[in-house]
Ligand binder design. Structure first.
Ligand code: GUN
Length: 293
């Protein structure tokens, strides 16, 4: 069994991107610029955005954080997005999700210029991904694919079970795993809260992507020997013993599942960091106008 070292892969890609930034700057170019809109004070969202801003700094990117309180109106947010769309210094930007209930997330995402959509959430990018055209890939699925390829995990002809059907992970990662390429060429089954024979399906899986957001959902008796398990879950569970007051918990019951796996990702230190580095890659592509003019 091998625990995939997300941190080591993250560090390796960071070095590669930082080198590219140096080359751009040496040629008289400008630093890639990522902006982030953060609404409210959700602890997890704050942590994610802090991490993104920190990684920008480490890479030599410029970053801008724009904060709003929970009571921001949809109109105000749309105006901010318009401003970022027009700002020629900003290469890419994201709106951290989730947003307060009074704001229509789809409307916000569709307002982002797809050429600056560093998260790869805009319907143009999702559609282009689905038909295999160059685009900004959604960050978490792109990070998962990068983990798989850097670990040289075989995917062709494998049965891959995706647990969860969210727009930002389950649906796009299923599309990427079935693409005619490496990594890809998998036979993909997507399971969700209404799937009947979920345990039986999981037991047939060569690769399981757990992205349900249900802590420790995947148990040892649901995984076959030699399976690859990628844990996308990241739930904060109260823990009075921890300094932060919580413990980060994935969707996989690690102690039971790990001994059966050929590869498994830890939480934290697995997919989370890969999501962040995939966002940086998209920002660099946007800055280089590598996908859209
Ligand atoms: N919330 C959880 N994951 C993500 C992500 O990858 N991007 C954004 N914008 N919000 C998120």
């Amino acid at each position: 069994m091998q625990i995939i070292d997300g941190k080591a892969i993250f560090t390796q890609i960071k070095t590669e991107i930082a080198e590219e930034v140096k080359t751009i700057m040496a040629a008289g170019g400008k630093a890639p610029h990522l902006a982030a809109i953060l609404v409210g004070h959700d602890g997890a969202s704050e942590t994610y955005v802090d991490g993104k801003v920190r990684t920008c700094k480490e890479l030599g990117f410029k970053s801008t954080l724009i904060r709003y309180e929970d009571d921001v109106t949809e109109v105000e947010l749309l105006r901010c997005i318009d401003g970022l769309n027009m700002d020629t210094d900003v290469d890419g930007f994201i709106v951290q999700l989730p947003l307060p209930k009074h704001i229509n997330e789809h409307k916000i995402i569709e307002a982002i210029d797809y050429r600056k959509d560093a998260d790869g959430f805009h319907p143009v990018n999702i559609g282009r991904m689905l038909i295999g055209l160059p685009c900004f890939l959604p960050a978490t699925p792109a990070g998962i694919m990068e983990l798989i390829s850097r670990c040289r995990i075989e995917t062709q002809g494998k049965h891959c079970v995706v647990l969860g059907r969210s727009n930002i992970v389950g649906k796009p990662v299923a599309a990427l795993l079935m693409q005619k390429a490496y990594p890809g060429d998998c036979t993909v089954t997507v399971c969700h809260s209404r799937t009947g024979n979920l345990k039986e399906i999981c037991l047939d899986a060569d690769i399981i992507i757990a992205a349900l957001g249900v802590p420790e959902f995947l148990k040892g008796d649901m995984v076959k020997d030699g399976a690859v398990v990628i844990d996308v879950g990241l739930t904060r569970l109260p823990d009075s013993g921890a300094k932060s007051g919580y413990k980060l918990t994935g969707d996989v019951k690690f102690d039971e599942v790990a001994p059966k796996c050929s590869y498994i990702t830890p939480v934290p230190g697995g997919v989370g960091l890969m999501t962040r580095i995939a966002l940086m890659k998209n920002t660099l592509l946007a800055a280089r106008k590598a996908i859209y003019q």
